[in-house]
Design a protein around this ligand. Sequence first.
Ligand SMILES: Nc1ncnc2c1ncn2[C@@H]1O[C@H](COP(=O)(O)OP(=O)(O)OP(=O)(O)O)[C@@H](O)[C@H]1O
Ligand SMILES: [Mg+2]
Length: 339
Amino acid sequence: MHKPDIIPSQLEKDLSYSDPDRLPLLSNINPLLSKKLFDGGFTTIEAVASASIRELTSCGNFQENMALKLIEMAQKSLGIDFKSADKVLESRRSMMRLSTGVDALDDLLGGGIETGSVTEVYGEYGTGKTQIAHQLCVTSHLPCERGGITKDGKEAITCIYIDTEGSFRPERIVSMANQYSDDLNIKSILKHILHGRAYNSDHQMILTERIMREAPLRNVKLLIIDSLITHFRAEYVGRETLASRQQKLNQHLHSLLRLAEIYNLAIILTNQVQTAPDTFFGDPTTPVGGHILAHSTHTRIYLRKSKGERRIARIIDSPMLPENEVVFAITTNGLKDVF
Ligand SMILES: Nc1ncnc2c1ncn2[C@@H]1O[C@H](COP(=O)(O)OP(=O)(O)OP(=O)(O)O)[C@@H](O)[C@H]1O
Ligand SMILES: [Mg+2]
């Protein structure tokens, strides 16, 4: 993957203060090895534990057996092994639920958007994908008991908004945050939302890798990519490029899944739809990205337009939620329930 020749965005500047000494890496390995891992983007024990042998060997002159040893050491120190279902249940309790600010939609999602997982929001233009993304940047800063993911309302979390279409609007964040002005300091939340404009698919992937490095330092708890496939679609045109596009997209999604799991992040991906011309019954629209995306997201929310400001949200293919839909409205102050 070549590094695109571009001006660093604000997000890159904000993330550029890396310091290997501040990172809790494997304590009993030699500092040279530790530095090599850091430079290759493996800045925490979790990142090493979830890496593949190939990723470690390609990050910096490690032999395969050394890579395997490092991965085993990291996994051992984190106690990664088979777990009984009751232990899995216990660890799922550390998962938090992020409110969308719409009670009906939260109920549909079983209490809100899960941390530690990847949620895809797809629909036609103007259905509210970007609006949901903005609103989550606001609600995530609320204390847990008010639907946010800021523990005890103390330690500030950071949201990262990777913007591939230039649709991020801080003014919209402000008007959405106004309704929570009793609980939120708007100036402070604007400081904790990092915006990164991704100019092409390589850049989008590089930004994701950097977040992998910096997530624990900045307490990143929400990552939004609006929208996931725009660049991939524009750069890979024609049937003959489909396989390489899907391979690259797969690699990107794999990094995102890992990021969500190891740092208990909520990841929201927005996605466009395409019309399947051979559909005779039912809704002919399907999300772009094919099976790879379907297998890589945990929850899929399909948005449709209804009358005026009203929109319909439907849960699709969830492993634990029934397929159902609700209506909500996009208002000047953000997304609202409809009564
Ligand atoms: N300030 C506002 N007040 C009320 N409604 C708004 C406001 N800003 C945007 N909207 C509504 O949100 C809709 C646009 O939603 P959004 O930008 O989220 O669409 P999208 O699904 O991201 O579309 P695209 O695929 O083009 O990116 C508009 O139709 C508009 O009705
Ligand atoms: Mg949009």
